[in-house]
Design a protein around this ligand. Structure first.
Ligand code: ME8
Length: 596
């Protein structure tokens, strides 16, 4: 059976997982599911990057030891991937002793090869990217200020690999996708490569050097440590290594870490005489209103929070469908809802309900012989469209894969054939599993191949009624542009006022928002629908005093991310010199009562 390794980056544990991490992980999980259905033995690797200066600093800010802190955040990543049912085979932690031994073993091999020498690094360093920036006082990648470093260090002879790297990319023009990223890498290499500092002596949180070197002050540079996790997870350095997976490795990374993979990692693999990966797949960033997510801006979104509001599959589908892989995408809840309603609720959801409805008068029974005669030409056409999905997947044009699959759904909105459920499975595993059960098929490579070869027509089949898989999500309006100054004091039209969705609700839960002294997170019941609203009232009300109280709120504001949570509206209050007071009805009214 053909083997394949699919990897996500191993994520830094300086902070909790966010939407960007989930995106990369969804791509990897989709590819695993797709290739597994093709009959390959796919090993999906993810994990956490736990050493280095950045983690040591975060841990000390939280008054924890680096290992305690790393363990806590690493567990958050694991919980997040378990919540999304990511089908990973191994979750590596760079603090695992097996990994640390593999790093030492790799260093020994590089030393024996003459690829490592001792010197002094004098230059700048970006702690956030954990990268040496030579003379730049601001980091060329993240624009943060760098710090001056002068320390004894071992170096890897990266410069000696310049020609071999160029030769590799010449011979393997598709080793990096999209192609423009490959060109970027090639021109970077052509500018000349400096040797790379691979040990640090100014802090202690890292893998120690092999004992025989007797260099207790040195720890391994975090990027060498982290990249080696791709092979330590396969048992590199032990007798049971499964290194041939590396020949068929597909590394999924964001554009921020292209250079580390395309240059350092390839050179390290060459030095270790290991096979080079098959492909490096470089995706763009998710931006929030055009801006990269960042803690200092306070616009970081957590995938699980979004999934809890809009559904895990809605989020997964949106991220995989919305932006072409390789380009940046702008995330908004409005766009997610729009896409969910159009593609999942309307096209696919209707298709399923229509099929169930059509068969109702026949007690759910479908005779394939009739459909065969009637739909034969269409089947041939759909089959060709489905065949084209393979090409899109190979080129990692995941959004085109989905676009084409949905064309088939649209075209066959009155019939259904089983293979489409197979193609749906990598993207929407839960829905596809429900549909497969409904259609009496098993989502196995064997049955997939049978259907794809020829037997794609339905045998006689009895279908039970099926619940709506994708109930429509309520639309939310986009942010309106700021009102010009001169218009601010003018009268507004009655229609404008009636656009406001003002309702009364009861606070069912109130909590402090961690790391904020202003915000309370309120769960408010508006007549059966509980919304989460963040309100800047923490200085005026204790959470306990609010539970059970009725408040007035504006509900059709666009959902707003704040400190990793999403606020779905605004609670009304009045403020004067004594502070701020919540507005509440004079008498008790039903939750969800309209204010007007
Ligand atoms: O770089 N949009 O870890 P990291 C899309 N430990 N993807 C995003 C994103 C965004 N806004 N933000 C982050 C590291 N990502 C190293 C990796 S690998 C041997 C070591 C995703 O926690 C994207 O995949 O900073 C990016 O490359 C990765 O998270 C960076 O994760």
């Amino acid at each position: 059976m053909q083997k394949m390794l699919v990897t996500t980056p191993i994520y830094y544990v300086n902070d909790s997982p966010h939407l960007g991490h989930a995106y990369t992980t969804f791509i990897a999980d989709m590819l695993k599911k797709y290739h597994s259905l093709q009959g390959k033995e796919v090993f999906l690797l993810t994990g956490t990057d736990e050493h280095g200066q950045k983690i040591a600093l975060s841990a000390s800010k939280h008054h924890l030891s680096p290992l305690e802190y790393a363990s806590k955040i690493s567990q958050k990543f694991r919980t997040e991937w378990d919540y999304f049912k990511i089908d990973y085979n191994h979750f590596v932690r760079t603090t695992d002793s097996t990994h640390e031994q593999a790093v030492q073993q790799a260093l020994d091999t590089m030393l024996a090869k003459g690829d490592i020498y001792k010197g002094t690094y004098e230059g700048n360093y970006c702690v956030s990217c954990e990268s040496f920036t030579t003379n730049s006082t601001t980091c060329p990648d993240c624009n943060r200020p760098t710090s001056k470093v002068a320390e004894e260090s071992y170096f890897f002879r990266l410069s000696a690999y310049q020609e071999r790297l160029l030769d590799f990319y010449n011979k393997h023009p598709h080793a990096i996708l999209p192609l423009f990223r490959r060109n970027e890498v090639v021109s970077f290499i052509k500018q000349g490569l400096h040797d790379l500092s691979i040990t640090r002596t100014s802090f202690e949180w890292g893998v120690p050097l092999p004992r025989h070197l007797n260099e207790p002050r040195h720890v391994v540079y975090v990027w060498l440590d982290a990249l080696l996790s791709y092979v330590s997870s396969l048992g590199y350095g032990t007798d049971n290594a499964n290194i041939d997976y590396v020949n068929h490795a597909l590394h999924i990374v964001g554009k921020d870490i292209l250079r580390f993979h395309a240059i350092y990692w390839v050179a390290f693999l060459m030095s270790l005489d290991l096979p080079i990966f098959q492909q490096l797949c470089v995706h763009g960033w998710w931006l929030i209103e055009g801006v990269k997510m960042s803690k200092s801006i306070g616009n970081v979104l957590n995938a699980k929070d979004l999934a809890q509001s809009y559904g895990a599959e809605a989020l997964r589908y949106f991220l995989l469908r919305e932006a072409p892989l390789g380009q940046d995408g702008d995330f908004s809840v409005q766009a997610l809802i729009r896409r969910f309603n159009a593609d999942l609720s309307n096209t696919l959801g209707n298709l399923i309900q229509r099929l169930a409805g059509l068969l109702k008068p026949f007690s759910g029974e479908l005779k394939s012989t009739h459909t065969l005669e009637f739909y034969a030409p269409l089947y041939t056409q759909w089959q060709a469209q489905l065949e084209s999905l393979k090409g899109y997947l190979q080129e990692l044009q995941l959004h085109r894969y989905l676009e084409e699959l949905w064309r088939v759904f649209e075209a066959c909105n009155a019939t259904i054939a089983k293979e489409r459920v197979f193609y749906l499975y990598p993207v929407l595993p839960e829905s596809a599993s429900k549909l497969a059960k409904w259609l009496h098929i098993s989502l196995e490579p064997k049955s997939f191949q049978a259907y794809m070869q020829k037997d794609f027509l339905l045998p006689a089949l009895k279908l039970a009624p099926i619940e709506a898989l994708y109930p429509k999500l309520e639309e939310v309006q986009a942010t309106t542009k700021e009102t010009p100054k001169e218009a601010q004091n003018a009268y507004i039209k009655f229609e404008d006022f009636s656009k406001l969705d003002l309702q009364v609700g009861t606070i069912v839960k109130a909590e402090k928002v961690p790391k904020s002294d202003k915000l309370l997170c309120l769960q408010i019941d508006f007549g059966g629908r509980v919304r989460q609203i963040l309100s800047g009232i923490a200085k005026y009300y204790s959470p306990e005093s609010l539970e059970g109280k009725q408040v007035c709120a504006l509900l059709n504001l666009p959902p707003r991310p704040m400190l990793g949570l999403v606020s779905e509206g605004m609670v009304l209050s009045a403020s004067d010199k004594d502070g701020l007071k919540l507005i509440t009805p004079l008498e008790l009214v039903s939750n969800g009562a309209k204010i007007g």
